[in-house]
Write a protein that binds this ligand. Structure first.
Ligand SMILES: [Mg+2]
Length: 232
């Protein structure tokens, strides 16, 4: 893969964070397990525990968060637990469940030594960029927890911008801020609909459509940009 990138003149690699560089799903499973242990210690029935956690995870999956409404993401997610708990256990536990879930997830989330080392090697030859979707607080807390900011020339959190991946605007912001061109980048991510579609959306600059444009002369041997994005 790296040889191919070299021959294409790739100089920058844009990474996704969740479930690409870090195992967010795995950390989430461990965090839910910790909440189960808490509820068990409170003598909540096993069948109820599963329903409560499933309810929370459904709320999380379909979550919409608008910071302009004056609530924090913590408020919103405590309310998910509040709703999940109210049918069976009352609501006093909502905050405890939330902070056990949140803090466990952040504690477990790590950049493995192998990935850290790989990024360290890559940054000797490539400019490394990170674009991660999600709300501002949640994503910056993860970035801080895994101590990865220093590995990247630029870190872009979707929640800080009007549009998230796969919108072209967030990629354009990234290219301009990092001083790179779309055609010099590859996108590495786990999600076809955001990372890879985003890479495709962003990788069709008009000047590549024009073979007579002098600026593109060195690109003549390149494959169409739609072939450049890849998954890890
Ligand atoms: Mg991801």
């Amino acid at each position: 893969m790296w040889n191919t990138m070299e021959s294409r003149g790739v100089s920058s690699i844009i990474f996704d964070l969740d479930n690409t560089l870090v195992d967010t799903a795995g950390a989430g499973r461990i965090a839910i397990q910790k909440v189960c242990e808490l509820l068990k210690s409170m003598h909540v029935q096993e069948s109820h525990i599963k329903d409560i956690c499933d309810h929370f995870l459904r709320k999380l999956l379909h979550e919409s968060f608008d910071p302009s409404e004056g609530k924090t993401i913590d408020d919103v997610r405590i309310h998910h637990w509040y709703e999940a708990l109210q049918e069976t256990q009352g609501t006093d536990l909502a905050s405890s469940c939330y902070y056990i879930w949140k803090n466990t997830r952040l504690q477990v989330l790590t950049l493995s030594p192998e990935v850290r080392s790989l990024l360290g090697e890559l940054r000797k030859n490539y400019k490394l960029l990170l674009i991660t979707n999600g709300d501002t607080q949640t994503q910056w807390e993860k970035i801080e927890a895994v101590r990865c900011k220093g590995l990247f020339s630029l870190v872009v959190v979707g929640g800080d911008h009007p549009e998230q991946k796969p919108a072209r605007s967030i990629f354009t912001h990234c290219f301009e801020s990092a001083g790179v061109r779309p055609q010099d980048c590859v996108m590495v991510g786990d999600c076809l609909s955001t990372d890879i579609q985003g890479g495709i959306n962003a990788g069709h600059p008009d000047n590549l459509q024009d073979p007579d444009n002098e600026k593109n002369s060195f690109d003549s041997k390149r494959q169409p940009e739609s072939e450049i994005p890849m998954t890890l």
